[in-house]
Write a protein that binds this ligand. Structure first.
Ligand code: ZN
Length: 592
């Protein structure tokens, strides 16, 4: 459960509101003179069952406990959450604290960018960079490519970069923090990259996060890269992701290669959906990043080097992706760079004939074994069973057990038994809390609101269609906050920057579930209509209970007549919603 949900569960809105406003009982609910506008007779109500509040007077607005405190105290969501968490005795984990290092991070991007520019200028103009330039022309890289990838040359000097950047106002500490300088034992610093070809590395948003560097002679290691810094983490990095994003989306496929050269050659030949992993094995973080762009991942990695552990992990990634990972099979020890430079057409064919990684593992494993011997049959079963056991999908498991049955001529149930031995016993499924009422559901999640946000987050272009969608339609403050911020920023990274970290979990859970990509606009139309209906119905219900309580107490008066009028108004609006729904149901069938 998220911190936000925990706070919601532990606090009672009546107690919280009554700290600020003297509430009096009105039937099952509570009323008060509205704290947000001047009035003589109460039109502010708190509804314990729904854990909501509403002002039926001049404000005409309402919400949950968070929105009340935000409005009452003039706080933003994060401040309200922290205040309420304290009252509820819930600790907000420190990882959810505001990013105080944002400025520091920003500064590191700037240092890296300045360094990239320096190296690039050196490559283009320095007489010392002749060898680097020759190397690149030997690779047949065009000037456009060199510019697009901002390739560079780091001079053979201990302080060329350092003095250049210090002149530009960067401190030695910032250069060390960015990994551009190394500290020596005597406490001095010197340039990390010397006499190397440099490859600036960017994140998906184009920030320069670090560098890869290649030697220009035969010395080892051939490649080095920036150390782990505040902005650079190899395991989450994909080289050229900034240049590949739109092609990956458009082609609905990403190809992962191993090296910088493979990537650059691919892009120069028009294969722009290619990125490089920063090592041989891909990581979960890389897969998670890519999943937002496509489910179709193909690996063009040296399969022998990838090893068994990597293959096992691939199955886990397939579970995350809910799709198969493909392998592009390269023969004769060639890498994508070689293949593409020799014959781009051939590369395309190889991509087309990619095979599922599990199939590939099955054939490489069994190719080396003699399937007529009991010993090798047993080896095949025991080596492949752990892979099958990792699969979440029972149908897939069945498929591969049957394949193994054919390959090894071993009986199905024998293989199945061995697979079961490798299966991690599924965690005792937590007893699901049965929502006792709509209130309980409202407290925890609101599927309609979440569905609407998913559509909007997956399709930023739809925000222009959401004019009829009011923030009030979102009962849940989390969703309301996300919606309001999304209207302003329209891209995920900025959304995260602008939201309190406590809301990231909700954003992540929203984007992690895909939407089915058809008739998106119709779906949005429909869900907005539904939200409006839900909002109006809730209003009507709240108004009715408020009305009943006041009527019982005071008899009909002027204010009640006003409430009554509102009710008529709401009925008219609901009527409009139904008519609109009727129309859209007649013209388009159903809503999914
Ligand atoms: Zn009010």
């Amino acid at each position: 459960m998220s911190v936000i949900d925990e706070v919601k569960q532990k606090l009672d809105i009546v107690e919280v509101v009554s700290q600020y406003v003297p509430l009096t009982k009105a039937g099952r609910n509570f009323k008060a003179r509205c704290p947000f506008h001047e009035e003589r007779t109460p039109s502010f109500f708190v509804f314990p069952e729904r854990q909501s509040w509403h002002c039926f007077g001049a404000c005409g607005t309402g919400g949950d406990v968070f929105s009340f405190v935000m409005k009452q105290q003039g706080m933003d969501f994060g401040e309200a959450l922290r205040l309420l968490a304290q009252q509820a005795g819930v600790t907000v984990p420190s990882r959810l604290e505001r990013d105080t290092r944002k400025d520091e991070r920003e500064r590191l991007y700037q240092v890296n960018e300045a360094a990239a520019k320096f190296f690039h200028d050196q490559l283009l103009h320095s007489p010392a960079a002749t060898r680097a330039r020759d190397y690149l022309s030997g690779r047949a890289f065009t000037a456009d490519t060199v510019t697009a990838f901002q390739l560079g040359y780091s001079p053979d000097s201990y302080d060329a970069l350092k003095s250049h950047l210090q002149e530009r106002g960067f401190t030695e500490k910032e250069l060390v923090d960015a990994g551009l300088l190394v500290e020596t034992d005597d406490g001095r610093t010197r340039d990390r990259f010397r006499n190397r070809l440099t490859f600036p590395i960017h994140d998906a948003r184009g920030h320069t996060t670090g560098f890869g560097a290649r030697v220009l002679d035969d010395s080892l290691p051939k490649y080095t890269n920036s150390p782990q810094t505040l902005v650079f983490d190899k395991s989450g990095t994909l080289y050229a992701i900034d240049l590949a994003t739109s092609a990956i989306r458009k082609q609905d496929q990403v190809i992962i290669v191993e090296g910088y050269m493979d990537t650059i050659t691919a892009h120069q030949n028009g294969f722009n959906n290619v990125v490089a992993s920063m090592g041989t094995a891909i990581t979960e973080r890389q897969v998670t990043t890519l999943k937002r762009l496509t489910r179709n991942i193909a690996l063009a990695l040296d399969a022998d080097a990838a090893g068994e552990e990597a293959m096992l992990r691939c199955v886990d990634y397939e579970n995350i992706l809910d799709a198969e990972i493909q392998v592009i099979i390269l023969t004769g020890g060639k890498d994508p760079d070689d293949v593409i430079r020799q014959d781009a057409q051939k590369w395309q064919e190889l991509v087309k004939s990619a095979v599922p990684v599990v199939d590939f593992t099955f054939s490489t494993k069994t190719a080396r074994l003699d399937m007529t011997t009991a010993r090798d049959q047993s080896r095949a079963v025991h080596e492949l069973a752990p892979i099958i056991a990792r699969m979440k999908d029972a149908v897939r498991r069945d498929h591969y057990i049957r394949r193994l049955e054919t390959l090894t001529k071993t009986r199905y149930n024998v293989i199945e038994g061995i697979v079961k031995e490798f299966m991690v016993p599924s965690k005792q499924s937590k007893p699901k809390r049965e929502p006792t009422s709509r209130t309980a559901q409202l407290l925890l999640s609101n599927p309609l609101e979440e569905y609407c946000l998913r559509l909007l987050l997956h399709h930023p272009e739809l925000i222009s269609m959401s004019e009829g969608l009011l923030p009030e339609y979102f009962q849940d403050s989390q969703n309301r906050e996300i919606f309001i911020t999304w209207q302003q920023v329209k891209d995920l990274p900025s959304l995260k920057d602008n939201l309190d970290p406590a809301l990231w979990e909700q954003v992540e859970s929203l984007v992690s579930v895909d939407v089915i990509e058809n008739q998106i606009e119709r779906k949005l139309d429909n869900v907005i209509l539904r939200l409006r209906e839900q909002y109006l119905r809730d209003q009507k219900e709240e108004r009715a209970t408020a009305f009943a309580a006041v009527a019982a107490e005071e008899g009909a008066g002027a204010d009640l007549a006003k409430l009554d009028n509102e009710d008529i108004n709401e009925n008219t609006q609901l009527q409009q919603v139904f008519e609109q729904e009727g129309r859209s149901n007649r013209s388009r069938k159903g809503w999914t």
